[in-house]
Design a protein around this ligand. Structure first.
Ligand code: PLP
Length: 391
């Protein structure tokens, strides 16, 4: 029997969603009718998980890793993560600072739930990953969008940041390299954010899930390494993007110990723990050969160059060169808003409207180039024809 809306808790009306999954369902429905669709909507590498990681997971299953595990993660993986983060972020991290979860997403859910409530404010990037604002609204806290500006190469403006934080700010969320824009934050933004975090005593969640996917020589600094920040930073990272492990569901947070205790308590109330065999595969990913990651990033760079050149070649479309992640975020405002549905129906190309990532994403499209060069070229031809038809 269907449950009527009056049975839902009021907070459910404030919970958003991630449109990329809705687009996937609509694209699959078209495919079921015999249409051919090129999938450029989902944020997942199209590569297979490297073989040595799969082997480690299978071997773990065969050797009996089929039981509950410690809620914050198995000691070997927490240690490997602490070593990796210490090595790459310029701070010393201990295993006690690490909480392992099924994917990186639970870290954002648990952290926002742990820190934000009625009367609190949380600042988050707009356009940005849609789950940030969704969960903040769910808690009853005020979600405060921080505009991400194309004219600043998809970074935020320092004056705007200063105008949005105050004594009620509990948490500021940043994401670099960014979904959906591919933009990178630089020392200039991080330094000022760190200064404000100390002044107003708020926590920063730094979503670094795309940290390894950067193009060129840019060495992405982490906010955790700035003065006064280790005691107020939560790094979110994981295995989905770097090691093409989206379906394994393995991610983690690195945070001060009191926050780790709160996040772990929420995990115990929700999922108990993360499967042991995926965690053992995670140890193999972090401690094993990194060439597969380098090869994947090199391939993404080739595709990025093709898609950005092809988009800029379409009259009325302009696309900045993304510096990281695997998304292009072209400005298509010449053709109006909400054209992803038109492109799906008319051209059989699945993308996501920029507005799904916040009001400041209106007039843009998010195109994931985690697809073959052949398909990217075909999609460009089809999008060009469909857009020119609009005039
Ligand atoms: N953060 C950002 C910005 C993302 O784009 C995603 C996935 O799309 C995640 C976090 C969560 O990834 P996962 O839960 O697969 O680790």
């Amino acid at each position: 029997m269907a449950i009527t809306p009056m049975h839902f808790a009021e907070r459910m009306s404030r919970l958003g969603t991630e449109s990329a999954f809705d687009v996937m369902v609509r694209a699959r429905a078209l495919e079921a009718q015999g249409r051919e669709v090129i999938h450029l909507q989902l944020g997942e590498p199209d590569f297979d998980t490297p073989a040595h990681i799969i082997e480690a997971g299978v071997e773990a299953l065969r050797s009996g890793e089929t039981h509950y595990t410690p809620p914050a993660g198995i000691p070997e993986l927490r240690q490997a993560i602490a070593d990796e983060v210490s090595r790459t972020r310029g701070v010393t991290v201990e295993p006690e600072h690490v909480v392992v979860t099924p994917g990186g997403k639970p870290i954002m859910f648990f952290l926002i739930l742990a820190l934000a409530g009625e009367g609190d404010e949380v600042v988050y990037p707009d356009p940005g990953f849609p789950i940030y604002g969704s969960v903040v609204n769910f808690t009853g806290a005020k979600a405060v969008p921080l505009p991400i500006r194309e004219e600043r190469d998809f970074r935020f403006d320092l004056d705007e940041l200063r105008s949005l934080v105050n004594e009620r700010t509990k948490l500021v969320i940043i994401n670099s390299p960014a979904n959906p824009t591919g933009g990178l934050l630089t020392d200039e933004e991080l330094r000022e954010l760190a200064r404000l975090a100390v002044e107003y005593d708020f926590v920063v969640m730094s979503d670094e899930i795309y940290r390894r996917i950067v193009y060129g020589d840019f060495d992405q600094p982490s906010i955790i390494s700035y003065p006064g920040m280790q005691e107020r930073t939560v790094i979110l990272d994981g295995f989905s993007k770097t090691y093409a492990m989206t379906g394994w569901r393995l991610g983690y947070g690195v945070m001060p110990q009191d926050i780790a205790a709160a996040v772990t308590r929420l995990a115990i109330n929700c999922n108990s723990c993360t499967p042991g065999f995926t965690q053992i595969a995670g140890v193999a990913a972090l401690t094993g050969p990194q060439e597969p990651v380098e090869q994947m990033v090199a391939e993404f760079q080739r595709r990025r160059d093709v898609i950005v050149a092809g988009l800029n070649d379409i009259p009325g479309v302009t696309c900045k060169l993304p510096l990281g992640a695997f998304y292009a975020f072209p400005n298509i405002s010449h053709y109006g808003d909400n054209i992803a549905d038109y492109l799906l129906q008319e051209a059989g190309v699945a993308t996501v409207d920029g507005s799904a990532f916040g009001d400041h994403g209106k007039g843009y499209l998010r195109i994931s180039y985690a697809n073959s060069l052949d398909n990217i070229e075909k999609a460009l031809d089809r999008m060009r024809a469909a857009l020119l038809k609009m005039g």
